[in-house]
Design a protein around this ligand. Structure first.
Ligand code: FAD
Length: 448
């Protein structure tokens, strides 16, 4: 019995059914994929520079599954390996970018190639689909190459790191493809809310679900929580306390009718802090009010965006202000200034976008929660009560990681051999004082 028909629950059902695990049902109180999994920016990356290789190995396995399903489905979910492009106008940012790429190479992410005018060949990304042997990263400081391949970037850009085994896909269509495969192999879908389970015999024996017919007890010997931002509450119902928080994230999409960003541009990330570029008069006016003074201060590095779909939309996204809480609140509300802040931030990197500042086209705003634990790694494996499992806490990488996560959870349930990274993701790590001390001293979370 799997609670949650987000990408994690669906991938788990698919992995279990593929392994012939017997009768499987997914329970969800909402629309499949409708809570978080259709709100993402729909990108994937094998760029995980530390602190060890667990995340890199895990997501690399997941990308292998994605490639397999791309072939199997005829690329029904539009996976395109265009890369992640980190750009900077600061000389001092080149060394950290190089270091991250070298670390990523150590963890199996493929080698770093440097292009400083030395004549080394730069390989263009495929506009559609993927190329299995294209990986590693290219650090380009040759200005001619940057202008040739990324002409839409600010002319102040002095370096870009193009990470190659990365790209975009349609999360909704990937999820529906896996859901259909699971349904075809006999997985049931039960619309209803999970409100408790019977563990009185020392292990789980049934779950309690509120459906349109009332409350039902459904027997099971294995319960998997894939409940996304409701993980903390559902884990409590299953007898486990998990140290989970939720972090609000909002993105916008905007019509790029003038084609400022090429339709095959990679996910493009500005690695420098940004001043929002007000005129002197605007700046003075904004600084006068306590509500708007923050708009005149520099914003942190990391604004990013990419073209999406077959039309003219671009996604814009910036994780500079993401309130953390224990309980999610819906609907998601956004700072009314956020769309303009995002557009101004992106326009620092892609100056052509200033054309949309006045008047700004009406953006589509949506978002959801990153469900997280302190090390920003997932929770996959058994919980305290025998027969209960978790496959959740996927923060900002649940779409790209879901396939390997489902497979790992199936291995736990079916007691198959586990991969090297399995232990790094069990909930038991948060009961180990040495591990808690270790993560307290780590810097960086792998979040972009
Ligand atoms: C703005 C944003 C951008 C992102 N960008 C990316 C990206 O580029 N790449 C990437 O890989 N990831 C990205 N993510 C992260 C990714 O979207 C999530 O990690 C992933 O969708 C989580 O999936 P899930 O199945 O765990 O949770 P969800 O999709 O939230 O699914 C949980 C399901 O459980 C159900 N449920 C909960 N409680 C109950 C209950 N008591 N009874 C019945 N049903 C219940 C809910 O209704 C829901 O359908 C992004 C997320 C956000 C918010």
């Amino acid at each position: 019995m799997i609670i949650g028909a987000g990408i994690a629950g669906i991938a788990t059902a698919q992995a279990l059914s593929r392994a012939g695990a017997g009768r499987i049902a997914i329970v969800d109180s909402g629309t499949p994929l409708g809570l978080t999994s259709d709100k993402s920016t729909e990108c994937y990356r094998n760029f995980w520079p530390g602190p060890d290789r667990a995340m890199a190995d895990f997501v690399n396995d997941s990308i292998e599954f994605l490639h397999h399903y791309t072939h199997e489905s005829g690329n029904q979910f539009q996976l395109h390996q265009r890369g992640y492009l980190f750009a900077t106008a600061r000389k001092e940012e080149l060394a950290p970018l190089r270091r991250q790429a070298q670390l990523n190479a150590q963890y199996g992410g493929g080698s770093l190639r440097e292009h400083d005018g030395n004549g080394e060949h730069y390989r263009v990304s495929p506009a559609t689909g993927f190329e299995p042997d294209l990986d590693g990263a290219d650090l380009i400081t040759d200005q001619n190459l940057i202008r040739q391949y990324f002409p839409y970037l600010s002319h102040e850009t002095i370096g870009v790191l193009h990470v190659r085994r990365c790209g975009v896909l349609s999360a909704q269509q990937l999820g529906m493809y896996l859901f259909e495969c699971a349904r075809e192999s006999g997985v049931d879908f039960v619309p209803g809310e999970f409100i408790g389970c019977d563990t009185s015999a020392g292990s789980v024996s049934s779950v309690e679900i509120v459906t349109k017919n009332g409350t039902e007890q459904l027997p099971t010997n294995a319960l998997v929580l894939a409940s996304g931002p409701h993980l903390k509450a559902t884990a409590a119902l299953a007898g486990s306390a998990l140290p989970v928080v939720v972090e609000k994230h909002v993105k916008i999409s905007l019509a790029d009718g003038k084609g400022v960003m090429p339709r095959n541009a990679p996910l493009t990330i500005w690695n420098d802090p940004v001043d929002l570029g007000w005129t002197t008069a605007e700046r003075e006016m904004l600084a006068e009010s306590a509500d708007t003074a923050y708009l005149t201060k520099p914003f942190p590095a990391g604004v990013h965006g990419r073209p999406v779909g077959a039309g003219d939309q671009v996604y814009l996204y910036w994780t500079y202000d993401c309130p953390v809480s224990e309980t999610p609140e819906f609907p998601i509300e956004a700072d009314p200034y956020y769309p303009e802040i995002l557009l101004r931030g992106m326009a620092r990197m892609v100056p052509g976008l200033t054309t949309y500042l006045d008047p700004m086209p009406r953006p589509y705003i949506d978002g959801g929660y990153y469900t997280k634990v302190a090390d920003n790694r997932p929770l996959i494996g058994p919980l305290d009560v025998p027969g209960t499992f978790v496959c959740s806490a996927f923060s900002g990488y649940g779409i790209m990681a879901a396939c390997a996560a489902g497979e790992l959870l199936a291995s736990h349930v079916l007691q198959r051999e586990l991969p090297s990274y399995a232990e790094a993701f069990t909930a038991a790590r948060f009961k180990n004082p040495d591990y808690l001390r270790h993560i307290a001293n780590l810097s960086g979370s792998g979040q972009i």
